[in-house]
Design a protein around this ligand. Structure first.
Ligand SMILES: Nc1ncnc2c1ncn2[C@@H]1O[C@H](COP(=O)(O)OP(=O)(O)OP(=O)(O)O)[C@@H](O)[C@H]1O
Length: 217
């Protein structure tokens, strides 16, 4: 994967412009945090990135998670690779999972502390548990780039560390919308601050402190 670029993109809802025009280039091996007030355009920007780059092996962890509540944790994680496998295989797995897929998924669940929920329907889980299922699915999916929208918003301190560590180890190239600026600074190399659909900060994380980002809020 070479550098990923968006050039002068805009996004509108109806007649209202909510993003851009803005340009971003993302280097391979670069993890970027998108930070900014609620409603300022971070999710919209991640959506535009997904539209432009989805053919390049992108794992997406949307804010609303996109889980199927009636299916088990195992099956929701398994869905991370649906597109790569034949339909007969996916259908057979729905009825009776293959042993090697269970063996591949269990360690991810263990790492995220939800192994005991492997066969529980995701509709019966807490918000934090569901968020970890979505993280496990992103880990299982693999790919060149992770786009994640508030990936640890429902988790407390130690668990958010576990999930951020797992996601950033698996995806050296990533764009993460984050509301926790301390975490954003620790787990990314670059911070892009968004205000009213425009980039107002773009700087290496090591040059910033949390209070430098307060102007965004
Ligand atoms: N489906 C939609 N229809 C109309 N307007 C929308 C829609 N989705 C988002 N918007 C508007 O676009 C703007 C940007 O929203 P967006 O979800 O990208 O912000 P955000 O920074 O991700 O917010 P948050 O941190 O709360 O998730 C907001 O003003 C929002 O009201």
């Amino acid at each position: 994967m070479n550098a990923l670029a968006l050039n002068e993109i805009v996004a509108d809802y109806g007649t209202q412009r909510v993003l851009g025009p803005l340009s971003i280039t993302l280097a391979r091996g670069e993890r970027v945090a998108l930070v900014g007030r609620s409603g300022t355009g971070k999710s919209t920007l991640l959506g535009v990135m997904h539209q432009h780059w989805h053919r390049q092996g992108v794992a997406l962890m949307p804010q609303e998670l996109g889980l199927v509540p009636s299916l088990s944790v195992f099956h929701n994680v398994f869905m991370g690779r649906l597109a790569r496998q034949p339909t007969w295989y996916n259908l057979a797995s729905l009825v009776r999972p293959f042993r090697h897929d269970v063996a591949a998924i269990r360690p991810l669940l263990e790492r995220l502390g939800i192994d005991d929920k492997c066969w529980t329907a995701t509709g019966e889980l807490s918000g934090g548990q569901r968020q970890r299922v979505a993280a496990a699915r992103a880990l299982y999916q693999q790919g060149d780039l992770l786009l994640a929208d508030e990936p640890v918003s429902a988790l407390d301190g130690p668990l958010s560390e576990v999930v951020m560590t797992a996601l950033t180890q698996a995806y050296p190239t990533a764009v993460l919308a984050m509301h926790d600026v301390e975490l954003a600074l620790r787990f990314t190399e670059r911070v892009i601050g968004i205000a009213d659909g425009a980039i107002v900060i773009d700087a290496p994380s090591r040059t910033l402190r949390a209070q430098d980002l307060l102007v965004l809020y």
